[in-house]
Write a protein that binds this ligand. Structure first.
Ligand code: HEM
Length: 454
């Protein structure tokens, strides 16, 4: 058995800082840790959570996959894959290999040479030697590439979690039932409808499989995805990927998104009920969840030219304190029925938080998004003043989990996509939906029950 790395995480200054920061924030661009939500059920101003240390590693085996209700780490690397094989056994082999590797990675263990190595030749061996190169004696086998890129060598496990998801293409693609799974596609794994204002690009959308790696160190998250992608060999190829981060304020409060607002204040009262699939789903989805990911670009240049009062009306909350408009503290209830002396609603009818609130939508989701920042692109804005030029390609990698996206994200977002004042500053450029199966027991592989049932 391989020993854990000697640089045990809790011993490292860096991990202590990350762990304390993680719990103090207990929130991200979207998710407040259940502990805080439970202690402050929305009507009491929350005192600052205590900086208790978080564990250095998050469990991989269990009833649920990690990375869903896990207190948010500071970084994510999200990757979607296309399956490029017609062989069912190759998909099973890949999921088995990924499971073994993910268990090691999340435990911070060194990577062993795994049974199913990629079948493609390493890049260095794809072309023959150039004339004049020193000849390799025929009886000396070429040195194989290393199992591990070593980019995480010496880094603590950083609470790495790896969350696997299955897209519709695993079940059926272009009308083809490649792996005999078409009949097992869950009804909840819908094709997301086209929403008002969508400007989706296929290079940032869809995928047959997904991996969300989250860690308190960006290189640990990338190391994990890079290794898993390498193991995919000729079975799956990266379709798109997106990094994200969540910067925690020093006081441990709710992080701010790139519009400068506290993001992650509200969480559902009953997270388990909102997130986990129960007996209504197929066996292999029990204890699992559906992940909706949306890459949402923000028109930051435009936003930065609006005054704070307008920004607050748009959001429905005060910028500095995060309190609902007209109130003092962040965790007070929204008070959506409050009106001013003229009888107008204090929180506007088309303010973001009103349109997203469960009282308006009847829908709940667990948000677990990250800010993203991909430099600048030439952009033509869709709204006055119709700016054109180099603009930030930055915004929100919106990620949410729910037991059923039809009654979760879709029900919530359909009216928002038409009415939300925030839409003047946001453009959805990427989108995907994945079924994240229930957790894995030691010795099983992710999605095993799905393949066993067909
Ligand atoms: C770039 C896009 C977005 C930004 C900047 C944004 C920002 C915010 C902010 C600042 C809040 C208030 C603080 C909080 O409770 O976390 C909030 C609340 C919320 N947002 Fe968003 N959001 C975005 C997109 C979305 C989308 C696409 C959805 C779902 C369809 C969504 C769902 C929610 C929900 C459910 C709440 C809580 C509402 C409540 O108080 O009940 N957001 N968002």
């Amino acid at each position: 058995m391989m020993k854990p790395r000697s640089d045990t995480p809790m011993a490292s200054r860096r991990s202590l800082f990350a762990a304390a920061g993680g719990l103090m924030a207990a929130a991200g661009t979207g998710f407040v840790a259940p502990a805080r939500a439970a202690r402050h059920p929305g009507n009491v101003p929350a005192p600052m959570p205590l900086p208790a240390p978080l564990p250095a590693t998050e469990p991989f085996w269990g009833a649920h996959q990690g990375g869903i209700v896990t207190p948010m780490q500071s970084h994510t690397y999200f990757a979607a894959f296309d399956l490029i094989t017609d062989q069912r056994h190759a998909v099973i082999d890949l999921l088995r290999t990924w499971t073994t590797a993910a268990a090691r990675l999340t435990a911070g263990q060194p990577l062993a040479q795994t049974a199913s190595q990629p079948t493609q030749p390493p890049l260095g061996q794809m072309v023959g030697p150039a004339p004049g190169d020193m000849a390799t004696p025929a009886d000396v086998p070429p040195e194989p590439p290393p199992t591990d890129s070593e980019i995480a060598a010496g880094l603590p496990p950083s609470r790495l979690t790896i969350t696997f998801g299955f897209g519709a293409g695993l079940f059926q693609k272009d009308g083809r039932d490649r792996y005999g799974l078409a009949a097992s596609r869950p009804a909840a794994l819908i094709d997301l409808p086209r929403f008002n204002g969508d400007q989706l690009v296929s290079e940032k959308s869809g995928g047959d499989l997904s991996i969300q790696a989250c860690a308190d160190d960006p290189q640990v998250a990338f190391h994990a995805v890079r290794h898993l992608a390498h193991l995919a060999g000729n079975t799956a190829a990266v379709r798109w990927a997106q990094t994200g981060y969540c910067s925690r304020p020093a006081d441990g409060g709710t992080p701010r998104n790139l519009m400068g607002f506290k993001d992650g204040t509200q969480t559902p009262a009953d997270i388990d009920k909102v997130v986990w699939v129960g007996t209504e789903g197929p066996d292999w989805m029990r204890g699992g969840s559906y992940l909706v990911v949306r890459r949402i670009r923000m028109a930051l240049e435009h936003w930065d030219r609006t005054n704070v009062g307008f920004q607050e009306q748009t959001m429905g909350r005060h910028k500095r304190s995060g309190a609902p408009i007209g109130l003092k503290t962040e965790f007070e209830p929204l008070g959506l029925d409050r009106s001013d002396s003229d009888g107008n609603p204090v929180i506007a009818n088309n303010a973001h938080v009103r349109l997203a609130n469960v009282a308006t939508t009847g829908a709940e989701i667990l948000r677990r998004g990250y800010s993203y920042n991909d430099g600048v692109n030439f952009t033509a804005e869709r709204w006055p003043p119709w700016r054109q030029g180099m603009e930030y390609d930055a915004g929100l990698l919106f990620i949410c989990y729910q037991a059923d996206p039809r009654t979760g994200f879709v029900r919530m977002f359909e009216p928002m996509a038409k009415l939300d004042m925030l839409n003047q500053f946001t453009t959805h450029t990427g989108s995907a939906l994945f079924a994240c199966p229930g957790g894995v027991r030691d010795g099983e592989f992710i999605g095993q029950a799905l393949f066993a049932s067909t």
